[in-house]
Design a binder for this molecule. Sequence first.
Ligand code: C2E
Ligand code: MG
Ligand code: MG
Length: 708
Amino acid sequence: MAFELSIWLPILWMATGTCLFAAVHFLHAGQAQGNARLFRAFGVLSLMVAVYIGLGAVMQTPLQGAPWMLIERLHVSFACLTYVSGFWFIAMYSHLQAWRRWVCAAALVFGSLLLVNLIGPHGLLVSSLQPVAPLVLPWGERINQLANSPGPLAPLYYLATLGAFGWAFWRCHALWKHGETRRALPLAAFLVLQVIATGHSEYTMLHPQQRFDWDALPFLVLVLLLSRTLNLETRGYAAALDASNAALREENRLRSQAETRLRLMAFTDATSQLPNRHALLDKLGSILAGTPRPHGALVVIDPHRFAVINHALGHRTGDLLMRELGQRLSRTADGDAFVVRLSGDEFAVVFLVHAVNDEDALAHAVQKAESLREDLTRPLQVERHELSVNVHMGLAMFQQAGGDAGELLRQAYAALHAAKQTGNGRPATFVQTMQDQAERRLRLETDLHAAIDNRQLHLLYQPQVDRDDRLTGAEALLRWSHPVYGDIGPQEFVAIAEGSGQMPALGRLVMQMAFSTLAALPVREPFRLSVNVSPWQLFLVDFVDTVRAAIRETAVDPHRITLEITESTFIHDVPDVAAKLRALAALGIHVSIDDFGTGYASIALLKTFPVHELKIDQSFIRDMSIAPPDRFVAAVIALADAMGVRVVAEGVEHEPQLHALRDMGCHAFQGYLIGYPLMADELARRCDPCAARPPVRETAASPSPPRR
Ligand code: C2E
Ligand code: MG
Ligand code: MG
């Protein structure tokens, strides 16, 4: 048997295989890549082309007795399917918005042709096929030749394919117009090749005996070229994706750096570089959540009168002092302790203790707090100042708190408050009654707003007499009858008003009530009504205006008013306070230093300020010796005399005290012996006639009856 060189048929089978490979590749890659639809469309197109070329190869293979008509019908059917999937792919490939409409139209046209081809009595393109003598190619290969008679509907098919090519050229042009040359060129190359192949195929139709049909090959070219284009694009996408991934990673790195910085800032106090309140709550939260909960304590530390240092030496020194205290705390508290700056002048320390039970833990914690206090109160050098700071400390044990860090902090604050009340400098440990007190304070703080607004507070007036028992004045004393807690003393709620910023409103209310009572009193010279003024009122810039307004509104005579201020007023801005007091004195108002001897007023200050009266604090009167006469009281009276200032003794409860004070030259007296605080109408009755001695004096020599 002579050797026959086979080239053409293997080429066709290789083309089939290549297209099948492309189909599998793109159908699979379409699922993994972002441009899934385009890849899927191309995969389906490649599959159709593969089958189409494969069937074409079968038809060109010389086979004895093959069902040529059936193969031809299948061949044409796959040609129809190739056109539909071509529409789908090219529409996607050229970014056609209305791609669905075009694909449906193509499916309708080529689907109808396919149906006609499959189920019609004749094939679509040929109605019969007859094998004839094979065609011998120049290298000796024989390929099958089939004589055919054309199908009646073949022109319709050719018309549809013509339309399809026209449409494909239009899409190619659209790509070109939008600058997508990379996509347009391979498509254009395929189309041109296909036109040539089809032209050649039509030409050979004229010589049916020598027909060498290669019009399936452009489809192979299409698959190859577009596979390359799509793969290149995918590589481009991947590179871009890599770049944007790298950029994203860099951005993430920068963001996490910034977050760390922000977190550090949010959890650190800028002045002391210590952790702050947020950090404390965070830390406590994790400790309290631990099981079993460790033994340990939270100590809140409040340096005594830090505001005074700030005021006197400036905020810079204050800041340095805070930093120094913070460092000292960090050094003293051992490595396990967590030192925090809570706020302006407050610190907190969290520490663990090794203990066998709760009592043992408490004892260790108190000991530790004591050692912290001792270290903090040692003198320290800040710039050129040697300062020694006293501190208040409140301590709360981990075991007492629930699971809430905020609760533990509140307990430590309640203990701190108690430490301030006792004022003995020892750390106070939280007990439940402190919590109750703290709750009471909170409730009073809230209720006080309403009490001020609704005028639920009232004034009592305690009479004052001179050496001849004449009524020379009265002191207005504030009272609050609380619906739940009953009568509350001013000592408690004035402090609450001061601490919660309500003092300006409360002070205005007191002045309005006192001045209107005074305006209605039948008083004569030398009667004056004393009104207590908190330092917080005096520091307000509009304090003098407020007094003037109250005088105007009540039409009271300012020469009948004395304002009592405590010595602590003078430790603040001295020139400012002096100017305000002078402005008041110019109106005829007198200034009295209340609780004289308990505070910080220096004798030099008495020269600077327009002071008209000193009120010796009741503690000195209570404790004074009768015979020989008390030296301190005598000295105060002598000092006042020398400066032309009147002296009032307050808290006079017994006759011997009164006599002794009178003998020492004290000018006026106030106390239960003289009279209890009275309602305004009772005072009015005493004032008329004003010279009358309050009758209560005769009955009050016994121990003090309850206050009104
Ligand atoms: P204070 O100004 O030194 O008032 C004198 C306090 O001593 C009054 O207590 C008064 O009732 C009490 N007292 C008078 N005589 C005697 C006595 O013979 N024996 C004893 N043991 N006590 C006597 P109160 O009314 O509780 O006031 C306490 C403090 O509350 C006042 O001390 C004053 O600092 C403050 N306060 C009272 N009313 C006002 C007010 O309207 N405004 C301001 N800012 N503070 C006020
Ligand atoms: Mg007073
Ligand atoms: Mg007093």
